[in-house]
Design a protein. Structure first.
Length: 200
């Protein structure tokens, strides 16, 4: 109960203002944001795929980073979920009893930090470090994903902010460390699997 009170005092007013704004917004806008919030992570999977495809014509270090990006995202999700299980913060729509765009998750489906925000931030960070052009798409998409989670009512603003920070902090060093796998990529380029890591 104390944690719920603390969470509400941090940015409960901002959360309420955003969810009330969502209620006054056109239904088409709310529906678009809800679809993005629920299914937008698929875009990051496509961007990871594109990053790998484009990396095949680059140096082995960049290819190694692109190949390791899915593992980096999984690692960020695990770290974020461990934090979530430690805090047990109830969803704001359960605590504040507001009307939300998305149906409120059940009790025990913890809120802090946001897994969607952490996954999006980890993917965007890894993609940006690997391919700046694709990263220019991934970074704003991650911010939009985080914002959408508040708009539909399932997270406080601080949930998505810490989710973004967690995802980025996990992804940055792991993606940089993935460059050490470059020798493995070089060996793959001399094997029958060459088409997976090189264009010619």
């Amino acid at each position: 109960m104390l944690l719920a009170s603390t969470a509400t005092s941090i940015d409960g007013g901002l959360y309420t203002w955003i969810t009330e704004l969502a209620q006054r917004s056109p239904a088409a806008l709310d529906s678009t944001i809800r679809v993005w919030s629920d299914y937008g992570l698929a875009l990051f999977a496509l961007l990871m795929l594109a990053s790998w495809w484009r990396s095949r014509s680059a140096g082995p270090a960049r290819t190694a980073m692109a190949l390791c990006t899915p593992l980096v995202v999984v690692a960020a999700y695990i770290v974020n979920d461990l934090v979530k299980s430690a805090f047990h913060e109830q969803r704001p729509c359960q605590t504040l009893h507001v009307v939300t765009v998305e149906a409120c998750p059940a009790l025990g489906d913890w809120s802090f930090p946001s897994n969607h925000a952490a996954i999006a931030a980890a993917a965007a960070t890894a993609i940006w470090l690997t391919d700046r052009r694709l990263g220019a798409l991934a970074v704003p998409a991650a911010l939009l994903m985080a914002a959408s989670r508040v708009w539909i009512g399932v997270h406080y603003p601080h949930d998505v902010l810490i989710g973004l920070v967690t995802g980025a902090l996990v992804a940055w060093p792991l993606t940089v460390a993935a460059r050490r796998c470059a020798p493995a990529v070089v060996r793959l380029r001399e094997s029958p699997l060459r088409p997976l890591v090189a264009t010619r």
